[in-house]
Design a protein around this ligand. Structure first.
Ligand SMILES: [Zn+2]
Length: 245
């Protein structure tokens, strides 16, 4: 087998691996995309829960005020019964004054109650409006999640298919050539070849010595980069190669 033929096999396998690496990289972005959607979902739910809590707080305040008013009214009943049983004019007058005082406090309390009722109403409306909006947003998010998950499954299947095709192709390479390729790939992040442009290694960006570049041009033997040890090739050699044979 000539060097040119060996290079054809190697370049083709390298192109399979580049394609696979690109797909795998795309696949790796999916968990992050799903996490981002999940975070958005939590934000919406939290905002909704806050609005719900705000309404419950105003309701509790309003109920407290109602209870206070009821207690004061009870106090008036007691005082009225005390007034009826008063032993002296002075006691009677004092009790009436007390009643007047409590009535004054009730009026104040009722103003506050009214204020809290308005706040409660507003908080309730705000919560309900947000709820409708949030439900629409959550439905939209669910659709997006389902879509991203489907894309992820499709890409996973595609990667599996590509890997099987790539492995089948690799088995057709002469054994020693494949072993050399796999050994370099293993040590070099999966990329066993490097394109040379302007006499520079495309992988490690180190300039080739003129003599090494000469022997690359002569194509007498496979040439590896002195710095990164990858098998070198010129871009034009890859042009006649097609991945899907
Ligand atoms: Zn290099």
């Amino acid at each position: 087998m000539t060097t040119a033929e060996q290079l054809q096999w190697l370049i083709q396998l390298y192109q399979w691996d580049c394609q696979l690496a690109e797909q795998v990289q795309r696949l790796e972005a999916y968990p992050l995309r799903l996490q981002a959607l999940q975070a958005l979902r939590q934000q919406i739910q939290q905002k909704l829960e806050e609005a719900h809590q705000a309404w419950r707080t105003t309701r509790q305040k309003r109920e407290e005020k109602e209870l206070q008013v009821a207690k004061l009214e009870q106090q008036i009943e007691h005082l009225q019964s005390a007034a009826r049983q008063a032993k002296s004019n002075r006691e009677y007058t004092e009790t009436l004054l007390k009643i007047e005082d409590v009535r004054h406090r009730i009026r104040q309390m009722e103003d506050e109650l009214l204020e809290w009722m308005e706040r409660e109403d507003k908080a309730f409306q705000a919560w309900k409006a947000l709820e409708a909006e949030a439900q629409a947003q959550l439905r939209d998010l669910d659709r997006q999640v389902a879509q991203v998950q489907q894309e992820q499954r499709d890409l996973e299947a595609q990667v599996q298919r590509l890997r099987a095709e790539r492995d089948a192709f690799a088995q057709r390479l002469p054994r020693t050539l494949l072993q050399m390729y796999e050994r370099i790939a293993q040590n070099r992040g999966g990329m066993a070849l490097a394109e040379v442009r302007d006499q520079v290694c495309g992988a490690c960006h180190v300039q080739l010595r003129p003599r090494l570049y000469q022997s690359l041009l002569m194509m007498e033997d496979l040439v590896v980069c002195e710095n990164c040890q990858r098998i070198l090739f010129l871009p034009e050699w890859a042009q006649s190669v097609t991945v899907t044979e």
